[in-house]
Design a protein around this ligand. Sequence first.
Ligand code: AKB
Length: 337
Amino acid sequence: MRERTVLITGASGEIGQALIKSLSDDELTTLVTVDLKPLPGELKGKSTHIIGDLLDKELLSLLEKEYSFNLIFHLAAVLSTTAEHNPLLAHKINTCSTIDLLEMATRQSQNQANPVKFLFPSSIAVYGLPDLETKNQFPALKECDWTEPTTMYGCSKLYCEKVGIYYSEYYQQLADLEPVRLDFRALRFPGIISAFTIPSGGTSDFGPEMIHFAAQGKPYDCFVRADVRIPFMVMPDAVQSLLMLADAPKDKLQTRIYNVTSFSFSAQDFKDLAQKHFPGSKINFIPDPKRQAIVDSWPADIDDSAARNDWNWKPEYDAQTASQEYLLKNISKLYKL
Ligand code: AKB
């Protein structure tokens, strides 16, 4: 018998694909996935996949009528670079769709008399450091530091964190009887690197793009300076952190918003790695001042001690093993090197 029903939005995106691979082997889970795009061939049949737009109210009411969700991973989002080209679209996808899903999850929590867990990927983009001097002065930010985003994407992620807390803690706070509320939990992700997919539309993309281009023997013009540094993690750790936070006992959580990270890399570190393993790689630094400014406003590192303390978070991969055991090995297989 199936014991839980899980919804993944943005399922055809990088994290979505990796999460489906992890969850689809669990026979006790009914997996429902939604995206504007179909799933890639190898994931077909691993979930009930609905192609549709989360802003379509009919789609949401169909989901609500057909399924009783226990767990929602709301991954659909317009990333930071794309969002700067179309802030209104980013607002609609990143915040309106989140509110609509929070409403649906609230109603389902009340109908089931049990809180629906709502897992939300937030980002280092919620941070905004005013200049490089301050970035150097505050090398590893805690959750409450410098939440002054300069991008539409960062603003929308920060807003969704706040409303997620609202729906979990204060929704209908003036009602006579305390309602059953949903259980919102968010992770602030660093740049994520997958060995199997290439990101698009983000501003942390320079790292994974550089490695994938080098592996394919394609030249890469990096849009940030060599010295720029931000935190990263590889996809298996990102998926693992989502699953761990979803499973963490509620009484262990001292907050609903957690930083998670693995290692901090500069653009030069990526170049060194690429050139060591793919000799002859042609990588130039041709910074785009505007995208550069976004990355400069993000922290060089984040402090994930709250996640480590509260739910035993620890990445499986550090910089060394992420490169050797996960990235280079799998990327070489992917491009048949
Ligand atoms: C982006 O670059 O927009 C994302 C992020 C850092 O959240 N990868």
